[in-house]
Design a protein around this ligand. Structure first.
Ligand code: KG4
Ligand code: ZN
Length: 357
């Protein structure tokens, strides 16, 4: 049973063919990084245009490289939200047209549920299925959410960010310091060269839900740290480097020790914030596993810290290719829906602010 997944919620146009909810036969991702990089963030109008350009060849490649024809498909799954509405529309409309033309069922997938299924899929494939209830930390450029995941994929929101997403904090700090977009990967590479104890960041105590996150204070603390020093020449030098498409070694050479210390301390603060609340939520629901997914799950410091914490339940991270946006996770999330006969009408709408729970 093969499902074609299509993902276009942000700045990646992706298509994948997944068999029986466990085997990724193909996963094609066309990244728009080079388009948005020079703006230091995703420009929605450009994203829609790039999706339009990429959708046909990306879907074709996903089918061809998995030796799948449209006749071999049992369904087409597409992301319906959350995300940029103009971007979502491209993938969703293309999926609808395929379904209409070939008489295939359409499955509407929530992008956040997709991130969770990136882990479910790999665990199933490795014959170490995730045990429920599970605590899922979905941490990306757009989301920082804690969900309880119960048997049969029922979700309950336990906490979320009140301001910036963790990935957004990486991206904003990187931009402020003259590094490229997205900021997470470059900070991840540079942080091991700095001391995580050098700069002390304290988190303001928050009223209300103790499982909510906040990253805007941290971002402001970095800004204050930068303003208190004469960093303009250093930052200007990196901004000049941006145009040359440098390697991370060149970024390292362009980063003085004090800035490496700042990056290491910032990353440590984000990791501590994420893992503390994830562990507290897992304890609260008596979780039998912890799932960490989304672009920030690529972070090697976060992976190492999660291992070092020796938590009393298994911790699952997706392989890096399935951590950031992809369509295999969308096709994977569609399988339980296919089994339940949960199909969408061709009038289903893209929803920028769609919630999972
Ligand atoms: O899941 P994703 O591809 O797109 C969204 O749904 O947002 O996540 C992208 C985010 C960006 O903010 C990027 O900076 C962050 O994930 N990211 C990382 C790393 N790789 C990507 N953050 C920290 N460390 C990384 N290695
Ligand atoms: Zn995502």
């Amino acid at each position: 049973m093969r499902i074609l997944g299509i993902e276009s919620s942000c700045d990646e146009t992706a298509a994948a063919v997944v068999e029986n909810g466990a085997t990724v036969l193909s996963s094609v991702v066309a990244s728009q990084m080079s388009t948005h990089g020079k703006y230091g963030g995703v420009v929605p109008e450009l994203a829609s245009r790039e999706h339009l350009r990429a959708i046909v060849p990306v879907v074709r490649e996903a089918l061809e490289s998995s030796a799948t024809t449209l006749d071999d498909l049992s369904a087409v799954a597409a992301t319906v939200g959350p995300g940029l509405v103009g971007s979502l529309l491209v993938g969703l409309t293309y999926a609808k047209s395929l379904c209409f033309a070939r008489g295939l069922p359409l499955i509407a997938v929530n992008h956040i549920e997709g991130h969770i299924h990136a882990v479910i899929l790999e665990a199933k494939r490795a014959a170490t299925p995730v045990e429920f209830p599970s605590l899922a930390l979905v941490v990306s450029g757009g989301h920082t959410h804690l969900f309880e995941v119960r048997q049969g994929f029922a979700y309950r929101l336990l906490g979320k960010t009140r301001d910036d997403a963790a990935g957004e904090a990486f991206d904003k700090v990187a931009k402020l310091l003259g590094y490229p977009y997205p900021g997470g990967p470059v900070i991840d590479r540079l942080a091991p060269y700095g001391s995580p104890e050098a700069v002390r960041f304290t988190f303001a105590k928050m009223k209300g839900n103790a499982l909510d996150f906040s990253f805007s204070g941290l971002k402001t603390a970095v800004l204050r740290w930068v303003e208190a020093r004469d960093m303009e020449p250093e930052i200007a030098a990196r901004r000049a480097l941006l145009r040359q498409n440098p390697t991370w070694e060149q970024w390292l050479a362009a980063t003085p020790q004090a800035t490496l210390d700042l990056l290491a301390s910032f990353q440590r603060a984000v990791i501590t914030e994420l893992l503390t609340r994830a562990a507290a939520s897992a304890e609260q629901i008596e979780a039998r596993s912890l799932i960490v997914s989304g672009g920030v799950a690529c972070n090697s410091g976060l992976r190492a810290a999660a291992q070092a914490a020796a938590l009393p339940y298994p911790v699952y991270f997706p392989s890096p290719g399935l951590s950031t946006d992809n369509a295999a996770m969308i096709a994977a999330a569609a399988f339980p829906k296919f089994e339940r006969g949960e199909f969408a009408g061709l009038d289903v709408k893209a929803e920028a602010g769609l919630r999972l729970a």
